[in-house]
Design a protein around this ligand. Structure first.
Ligand code: PMP
Length: 432
């Protein structure tokens, strides 16, 4: 038995049965450098998933390691929010400024789930209502409330929802009510849908609409640009808040914009962030309108939220993203990847759609000539990528989507290397 086999057996014996592992032969990542990881099978892989879009600037980045080491050397890893934390205040100032929300306040948490939970608490208190609008095919986390607003059966098993949730249609272009429409018609139909949902399924005093600008777990599905701007006009008629879940779309990942919401000509009332901002350290939070954020009736405390280590990392990550124009790099390298993918496999019969923007790109697999999801083909492509030396993600409502979210420092050469592996994997699978 190899040491990885042994670890897998122990994992299965002690961790919950519902925790999935990628690959028929699961991988243990033992070290990383730049966009590459070395695994316990002795191989080095080009990492195009970054622990679900979380290793945002790459592995072993000296500026980040040094910032964290400097804090560790003070001997203080933790103080709690009962004390002033310099790195926390500095990072909050940066995020408030970058958020685009006037007079913003920032509350730090340890995970995206907790950030969404806090945003829901703020919105429901501000509006004195527990009614929430959420989007089908969404993913927002694994607490009661976050699962309650997750429109994805595989991730949302709770029947004990603390919120009253009404569901809007997603921007899926292959399936669903809005799929057969052009962009303008899709916006008009979504606005009609929102008005109808408000009139038929709510008592009118809804707290908030929460949405991902690009649905991450849902397979990088996005509605047309301008969609949330059009919906916000309806929300504004009665003061319903907009919460943008930017856990996957923030920090320049989508290339054209720093936040996903900026594609929609709208500024949200609250925005949640997580994943990439810590480049692996547990760092997340909510940024939003002061009147909404401040309006939480109970005094709130967090043991680890905004701790000195993760906010030291966060400051170094945000500076790195801005100083090196990683948003610009995501736009440039992402466009090469997307255009080349489209040119090389756009008309392959098992490819239903190539979508996404910046360095958030997906390929959806279908049975030839249909929109019927092809999960076996997806698994074959996924495993063939690994065999070729490329780690990608899987996802989508039907688990038939390959997701790519490499570090924003990805080079053109690395993009072309990944492209070759992925294109070969798709051609081999399609020919089989
Ligand atoms: N929101 C979105 C859009 C996410 O993709 C995720 C994680 N996949 C979460 C929230 C939850 O974040 P976490 O896993 O840090 O709790």
């Amino acid at each position: 038995m190899t040491s990885t086999d042994d670890l897998l057996a122990r994992h299965k014996a002690v961790l919950p049965s519902w925790m999935p592992l990628y690959y028929a032969e699961p991988l243990e990542i033992v070290s990383g450098s730049g966009r590459h990881v070395t695994c316990s099978d002795g191989r080095t892989y080009l990492d195009f998933f970054g622990g679900v879009l979380t290793t945002m600037v790459g592995y072993d980045i000296p500026e980040i390691t040094e910032a964290v080491e400097r804090q560790l050397r003070t001997g203080v890893a933790h103080t709690s929010t009962l004390y002033l934390i310099r790195a926390q205040v500095e990072l909050a100032e940066k995020i408030a400024r970058l958020s685009g929300i006037p007079d913003a306040r920032v509350f730090f948490t340890n995970s995206g789930t907790e950030a969404n939970e806090a945003a829901l608490l703020m919105a429901t208190n501000h509006r004195r209502s527990n009614q929430i609008l959420a989007v089908r095919n969404s993913y927002h986390g694994r607490s009661y409330a976050a699962m309650g607003i997750t429109g994805h059966r595989g991730w949302s098993s709770s029947s004990l929802n603390p919120l009253q949730v009404s569901w809007l249609h997603s921007g899926d272009r292959l399936r669903g009510l809005l799929s057969r429409l052009g962009s303008d018609e899709q916006v008009d139909a979504a606005v009609d849908d929102l008005r109808e949902v408000l009139a038929t399924q709510t008592a009118g005093d809804v707290a908030a609409l929460i949405a991902e600008p690009v649905q991450g777990v849902g397979g990088f599905v996005a509605g047309p640009d301008g969609l949330f701007g059009a919906l916000k006009k309806v929300l504004d008629e009665t003061g319903i808040l907009l919460i943008s879940d930017e856990v996957q779309t923030g920090w320049g990942r989508t290339g054209e914009h720093f936040w996903g919401y900026q594609a929609h000509g709208v500024v949200p009332d609250l925005l949640t962030f997580a994943k990439g901002v810590g480049n692996g350290f547990a760092l997340a939070g909510v940024v939003g309108r002061a009147d909404v954020v401040n309006n939480v009736p109970a005094i709130s405390f967090s043991t680890f939220g905004g701790n000195p280590i993760s906010t030291a990392a966060g400051n170094a990550v945000v500076d790195y993203v801005l100083d090196n124009d990683l948003q610009g790099n995501a736009a440039r390298v992402g466009a090469i990847l997307r255009d080349d993918l489209q040119a090389q496999i756009g008309d392959n019969p098992i490819v239903g759609e190539i979508r996404g923007r910046g360095l958030m790109l997906a390929v959806e697999f279908v049975q030839p000539g249909t929109t019927v999801p092809d999960v076996p083909a997806t698994v074959r492509v996924f495993e063939a990528c690994r065999a070729g030396g490329l780690l990608v993600g899987k996802g989508g409502l039907y688990n038939n989507v390959i997701r790519m979210g490499p570090a924003l420092t990805l080079t053109e050469e690395e993009a072309r290397e990944a492209l070759n592996i992925l294109v070969n994997a798709i051609r081999e699978t399609s020919a089989a």
